[in-house]
Design a protein around this ligand. Structure first.
Ligand SMILES: C[S@@+](CC[C@H](N)C(=O)[O-])C[C@H]1O[C@@H](n2cnc3c(N)ncnc32)[C@H](O)[C@@H]1O
Length: 424
């Protein structure tokens, strides 16, 4: 072993996809480790309170370890858990969820409800963001901005992989291309593409690339710039929306609206969020295109949906019409302003599905004052979920149960649904 290599006993997996180990009283976060195994790991970074390492050799493998199925695994940073069998991934994510709620949320006696596994381990993503640099189209390395070229991504819908060679041809013609975002509709069998560049592309060039190089299934293409987390549309050519069918529901999804990534669990996800509810008035505070709002509207008298994104709200209004739901209304508003404007109104059920940062302080404050009878909290980040639940539980709610929804197999991401009821 070299000086920077340590023999480590890995206890368990933690959020971020790392194995947790200890060496001389220090915590070591180990990439590509599995729970309960012995490894030789190379130290990559030393921080004041922990070290980061990567497995170089497995000495005694975990029973959950397997051969990853992607040839780019370990090089490409998109996946962190492919070396674990799928059942172990689910167990590890449930443990991470439970551990976050108890450690950060200080919640005792957490009732874990049956998880919703992905319908498929691979081929589940209908949205993919390819990174582009120096002629390479692929994904970033783990914790790096270096692009690793891929010939296909097993997590992506097979149709996206079929399109990838064409995307690479197109990439050659676009100067300073940074990212290509693909949205595929399995029901319409068509694509929307976004090309991200720091300076504006020539419209004629993008038009020609669409007409001459890309297949006709690409119905629309746009040029965008990135402003931190947000995308800014410069122009669009062709149709800028598609339709996505989920069971008996049809959603119009515009290029700038959000849609849940994993097509193999959409229906079970909707059922998990809308099961066992009844209400006079419900509010869906991060409604997107109405993915949960419309099915929810069948369970009670009236639902209001709000979303900060105007494109999503336009889609949601349209979707209510084409799906024949007349007991829903939508407002373009951030959650805080929406709740404030409904001060004092009796709301029986609030559905939350915020971005990774969770709820804002003001939102929880008004929510706690309004005291809806029930809250269903969909989360894509167990740490912010735990932080928010801690406050809600202090303010008179009980957590009836939490359920893992495995939206992102092979990756460290933990999606969940939590069910709260007012206790006083
Ligand atoms: C994870 S998506 C969920 C959307 C929807 N529930 C679905 O399942 O398709 C989060 C949504 O929250 C919206 N959003 C982000 N910040 C918001 C805020 N402060 N207030 C209201 N909506 C917000 C985004 O535009 C996005 O549509």
């Amino acid at each position: 072993m070299s000086e920077e290599t340590l023999r480590l006993s890995v206890e368990k997996l933690v959020y971020g996809g790392y194995g947790l180990a200890r060496a001389g009283g220090r915590v070591v976060f180990v990439r590509y480790a599995a729970p309960k195994e012995l490894v030789d790991a190379e130290i990559l970074k030393e921080r004041s309170d922990y070290s980061e390492a990567v497995v170089r050799k497995v000495i005694v493998p975990s029973s959950s370890r397997r051969e990853p199925f992607c040839p780019h695994y370990g090089d490409c940073g998109g996946c962190q858990l492919q070396h674990l069998d799928y059942t172990s991934q689910l167990t590890a994510k449930e443990e991470i969820l439970r551990d976050s709620l108890s450690r950060i949320g200080k919640i005792k006696d957490i009732k874990m409800l049956d998880p919703i596994p992905s319908g498929q381990e691979a081929g589940y993503r209908i949205r993919v963001q390819f990174k582009v640099s120096k002629g390479k189209v692929g994904f970033f390395r783990w914790n790096s901005r270096e692009v690793v070229e891929v010939d296909s991504c097993p997590l992506a819908h097979p149709k996206i992989n079929e399109l990838l060679p064409k995307l690479k041809e197109v990439a050659v013609h676009i100067k300073e291309l940074q990212e290509i975002h693909v949205l595929y509709s399995p029901s319409e069998e068509e694509f929307l593409l976004k090309f991200l560049t720091p300076t504006e592309m020539e419209r004629d060039l993008l038009f020609k690339l669409k007409e001459d190089l890309l297949p006709k299934e690409v119905v629309g293409v746009g040029n965008y710039s990135r402003l931190r987390l947000f995308l800014n549309r410069r122009f669009w050519i062709g149709r800028d929306y598609t339709y996505i069918r989920v069971g008996r529901w049809t959603f119009r999804v515009s290029a700038d609206s959000f849609f849940q990534v994993n097509h193999t669990l959409w229906e079970r996800f909707i059922s998990a969020v809308t099961e066992n509810v009844s209400f006079k008035k419900a509010v869906d505070l991060h409604c997107g295109v109405g993915f949960f709002t419309l099915p929810l509207s069948e369970k009670g008298n009236f639902v209001e949906g709000a979303d900060a994104n105007g494109s999503a709200v336009d889609d949601a209004e349209y979707n209510a019409k084409i799906n024949g739901r007349d007991n829903v209304a939508f407002v373009k508003s951030d959650a805080y302003r929406f709740l404030k404007s409904r001060g004092g109104e009796v709301i029986d059920l609030v559905l939350l599905d915020p971005p990774r940062g969770g709820l804002e302080e003001g939102e929880i404050e008004i929510l706690a004052k309004n005291k809806p009878e029930r809250i269903v909290y969909v989360s894509c980040n167990p740490s912010t979920l735990a932080r928010d639940l801690k406050v809600l539980l202090k303010r008179g709610y009980v957590l009836e149960g939490t359920r893992l929804v495995d939206m992102f197999p092979q990756t460290y991401h933990v999606e969940s649904v939590s069910y709260l009821r007012v206790s006083e």
